[in-house]
Write a protein that binds this ligand. Structure first.
Ligand code: GLC
Length: 689
């Protein structure tokens, strides 16, 4: 519950009086984390994320404790049995901002119960290429979708008076090269593609931003004054503070001048070096005063805000949060193919559950987003829990294609669980630059970017072996991003993308497979027909150039048909769209479309609105997502999806004039169930001068 602006003024006045009384040493001491290495090397046996960390701030004069920090996007990363939600990318597939707000609130409750004041859970880096190792931690490929989902998580988290962190500013989308890669990106591509979602979460009141490890246009993000000062603080009016990513990314005390307010996890440079820089005149003390003001401003605003409820350790991993994790898993799974085999009948059919992942707890990355829940329901356990009493269920989790085929042959349906684990994709922490010594072969391959978007060969072999038996097959795919399926998709009678589905993922999967609920997820990224259709990607790049195009905007420009388009997802029911209408009310465009559930089953539909720029005289994407609405509809029910658009949805950035401009051309407005299934409004939209 944020405090009233009057209290903001009071805080500013208090800081006006307090800051001049602090010594330079006291002020600089607030600008870095403390004791990380002490605990990591001498107490925690080199285990990361086993405690909350001192991430800077605090002021003895006003009895204010330092920031108590933990990650992460999937839940609170502390070893207390916290709730493990489906990964962010899965939640991105739900397109459900209300749900994301509730998840943020639940994470905030658990953070408060564990004494945290800063939660690093809002990862919104744009998915430029699906091979990015940390795809699972963000929501998808589109800036508008990223911004809406990220803002919902910020608002939910901060509703419990925990500061959220939006990360990693900016253009952090190659994992193995993240500590070094220099991303060259034009100002227009930065403004229109790589920053809008950060502005959206800043406008939503996000208290803090984490600078990325990589460079942008020749400057490390922690030292990038154009990003941190010109854009974030000056132009956007960001009132919070910027803290660095962990261990790397800060290379000198001059980062303070560039706009970095806190160095994490320790004062490598924001200690004696910064004091010396101020005393020598290299750094103006006003820079330190501003950083201290930003830090204390946020700490006081959040610590003084009235709490909406009480907090106790019984909230951590509680049943209500597990139910929320299950709801998120149910709403995130995407039905990609269904030859009328799903939903499965609950009685009679003999079912084999197969695959090396079928009974594996597979929650995602083991890096900073890792969460250790009190329990986790695997796909096999979820299916058993739901139907074991009715169905002759057999299983083989060896992953051996011959054993799987032998079992499939004697059953009516084969449910095959395939996909990735944290070995295949995730945060990459090589021993030489970070804290974790890479020991042994296994760890050496842990995480990082993917070298291929295909399923592991063992999974493809398993699918082919089961298909050869002629038994009907449902393939359930686990992972955090796009996986190409063309080499085996014809062999499957149904395909479900089930992601890293969180602690109740097996329960959710079973409810979808057996028709308790209809799948409603839609892809938050495009899946290419061929990897060659994607932008250039090099996991070891020293430098790379990002332009305006990737995902569906690239496919539109090149007239390429993806294997599976952005926004695509099937249902067990059918939704019929009426003709979208558009009317101008003052300076707002109001778009409406009727949607009817024509099937016999309740379901949810995600209606998407795109603005078409086909008449534009400048180089820009053919269309861009500018709205989405998730509607829950009973059989036969009709509802109206309403969208409002203002000029900003149509503007483009003019580098020469450093401003946004509106083309005086007609714009199309299109609505539909997926980026490739759109109906245009009858009238085009021309904005009055
Ligand atoms: C990592 C990650 C960042 C995380 C931080 C602290 O390197 O890049 O997302 O918040 O360290 O764990």
């Amino acid at each position: 519950m944020t405090i009233a602006s009057a209290d903001h003024d009071t805080i500013e006045m208090e800081l006006d009086e307090l800051i001049p009384t602090l010594s330079l040493k006291e002020k600089v001491a607030m600008m870095s984390g403390k004791d990380f290495y002490k605990y990591y090397f001498s107490v925690d046996n080199r285990q990361f994320g086993v405690r909350a960390y001192n991430a800077g701030g605090g002021c003895e004069e006003i009895d204010l404790a330092p920031l108590s920090y933990a990650d992460g996007p999937r839940g609170v990363r502390l070893p207390n049995g916290t709730t493990c939600f489906p990964v962010s990318m899965a939640r991105g597939a739900s397109w459900d901002v209300d749900l994301e707000h509730r998840i943020g609130s639940a994470m905030g409750v658990e953070a408060r119960a564990l004494g945290l004041t800063l939660l690093s859970n809002v990862c919104i880096n744009l998915l430029r290429h699906p091979a990015w190792g940390r795809s699972q931690e963000t929501y998808g490929e589109d800036p508008y979708h990223l911004g809406e989902m990220g803002a919902a998580l910020v608002e939910g988290t901060q509703s419990q008076n925990v500061m959220a962190t939006a990360k990693h500013l900016a253009a952090n989308s190659i994992e193995n090269a993240r500590f070094k890669v220099d991303v060259t990106v034009s100002e227009r591509a930065l403004r229109e593609v790589y920053l809008p979602h950060f502005k959206r979460v800043v406008d939503a009141g996000c208290a803090t931003v984490m600078s990325a490890y990589n460079q942008v246009n020749g400057h490390y993000c922690a030292h990038n004054a154009h990003l941190l000062r010109d854009i974030l603080k000056d132009e956007w009016g960001f009132e919070g503070f910027v803290h660095s990513d962990w261990v790397k990314g800060v290379y000198g005390a001059d980062a303070a001048e560039a706009g970095l307010d806190i160095e994490n996890p320790e004062p490598t440079f924001f200690g004696e070096d910064l004091v010396h820089a101020v005393k020598s005149g290299e750094t103006n003390e006003a820079v330190v005063d501003e950083a201290v003001r930003r830090i204390l401003r946020m700490q006081l605003r959040f610590s003084r805000a009235a709490d909406p409820r009480s907090y106790s350790t019984s909230d951590v991993g509680c049943a209500a949060h597990a139910e929320l994790a299950q709801e998120a898993a149910e709403k995130s799974m995407v039905l990609l193919k269904n030859n009328d085999i799903l939903p499965l009948a609950r009685n009679g059919a003999r079912i084999a559950v197969l695959g090396r992942l079928a009974d594996k707890v597979n929650l995602g990355d083991h890096g900073s987003s890792n969460v250790t829940p009190p329990y986790a329901v695997t796909p096999l356990a979820g299916i058993k829990n739901l139907v074991d009493r009715h169905i002759a269920l057999q299983s083989d989790t060896s992953g051996d294609p011959i054993a799987a085929a032998a079992l499939a042959k004697n059953n009516d349906i084969a449910i095959v669980i395939v996909g990735y684990t944290y070995f295949d994709e995730g945060e990459f922490i090589p021993g030489d630059v970070a804290l974790e010594e890479v020991s042994g072969e296994e760890d050496a391959h842990r995480g990082g970017d993917r070298s291929s978007l295909r399923l592991p060969q063992a999974d493809v072999d398993l699918i082919r072996s089961v298909a050869a038996t002629g038994t009907k097959m449902v393939v359930c795919v686990m992972g955090g991003g796009a996986i190409t399926m063309d080499e085996w998709s014809d062999l499957a009678d149904a395909i479900l993308m089930i992601w890293y589905p969180g602690m109740e993922g097996g329960t959710a999967l079973a409810r979808i497979l057996f028709g308790d609920i209809s799948p409603s997820g839609k892809l938050p990224f495009s899946i290419p027909a061929y990897e060659s259709h994607l932008p250039y990607f090099d996991k070891h790049a020293d430098d790379i150039t990002y332009d305006m195009y990737h995902g569906y905007t690239l496919f539109d420009r090149e007239s390429i048909t993806p294997a599976l388009p952005f926004g695509f997802g099937l249902s067990y029911t059918q939704f019929i769209y009426g003709d979208p209408t558009l009317e101008m009310i003052d300076d707002i465009a109001l778009v409406r479309v009727k949607i009817t559930n024509r099937g016999a089953m309740a379901g949810a539909e995600v209606a998407q609105l795109y603005v078409g720029f086909g008449n534009s005289v400048i180089d820009r994407p053919k269309k861009l997502l500018k709205g989405f609405k998730r509607l829950e509809l009973e059989p036969g029910e009709t509802a109206v999806a309403e969208f409002t658009l203002d000029r900003s949805a149509f503007a483009h950035y003019v580098e020469r004039d450093k401003c946004w401009r509106l083309d005086p051309v007609p714009f199309e407005v299109l609505v539909g169930p997926a980026s490739n299934l759109l109906k245009p409004c009858q009238t085009m939209l021309i904005w009055p001068e």
